[in-house]
Design a protein around this ligand. Structure first.
Ligand SMILES: [Mg+2]
Length: 197
């Protein structure tokens, strides 16, 4: 089976604190749609997102967007279209390190579609050559690769994927997105917005 689509940008970042901010796309950076975002024209950035990304970078975070886009395996459009959409995204939100996209449907049984953590594993491996896959969660005191890692998403599936890598979890309303939690992140909130039990 094909893996996730990885778009990797320049990773030079002097101020990196070693942590990764995993951000869902639709409902966090741009307004979502029940019928997918199918073109650059349909991509509308939520007010304040660019400034919030800058705030994350001032804190020292590298940024990895992790997004489920099953429209690809449904045959609605292809990776070329995905890249056009993401070209506009980058133009509007500024520099980030990577965008990782799961193209699959539930029935494809992949390892990357959230709530599975495959895209977060891939992002960690890409940026620091170490994957959360290798963390021994059954050790006496399991520690994630970086305790400052965080996941921001609007759905429980985002929280599930973040939970699986020990990230701090911030769940947002799909109309308010990242700007609605940026102050909590800056203030060092543990980010405990989801519990699987
Ligand atoms: Mg979303």
């Amino acid at each position: 089976m094909r893996g996730p689509v990885i778009e990797n940008y320049d990773q030079n970042f002097d101020n990196w604190n070693g942590a990764i901010a995993y951000l869902d796309r639709d409902g966090v950076l741009n307004y979502g749609s029940p019928n997918y975002i199918n073109s650059p024209e349909e991509l509308n950035i939520i007010d304040g997102v660019k400034e919030s990304i800058l705030s994350l970078r001032k804190l020292g975070y590298k940024i990895v967007i992790v997004t489920n886009q099953s429209a690809i395996m449904r045959g609605l459009w292809d990776e070329k279209q995905l890249k056009l959409i993401h070209q506009k995204l980058i133009e509007e939100i500024g520099h980030i390190e990577a965008i990782i996209t799961c193209p699959h449907r539930n029935r494809d049984g992949c390892n990357c579609r959230k709530p599975k953590p495959g895209m977060l594993f891939a992002g960690s491996n890409l940026l620091r050559g170490a994957s959360h896959e290798d963390v021994n969660w059954f050790a006496d005191k399991p520690v994630p690769i970086n305790e400052l890692d965080l996941m921001v998403g609007d759905r429980n599936s985002d929280m599930g994927a973040g939970w699986a890598v020990g990230a701090r979890l911030f769940q947002v309303n799909e109309h308010l997105g990242l700007p609605s939690v940026i102050n909590r992140i800056i203030e060092g909130d543990e980010g405990d917005d989801f519990s699987p039990v």
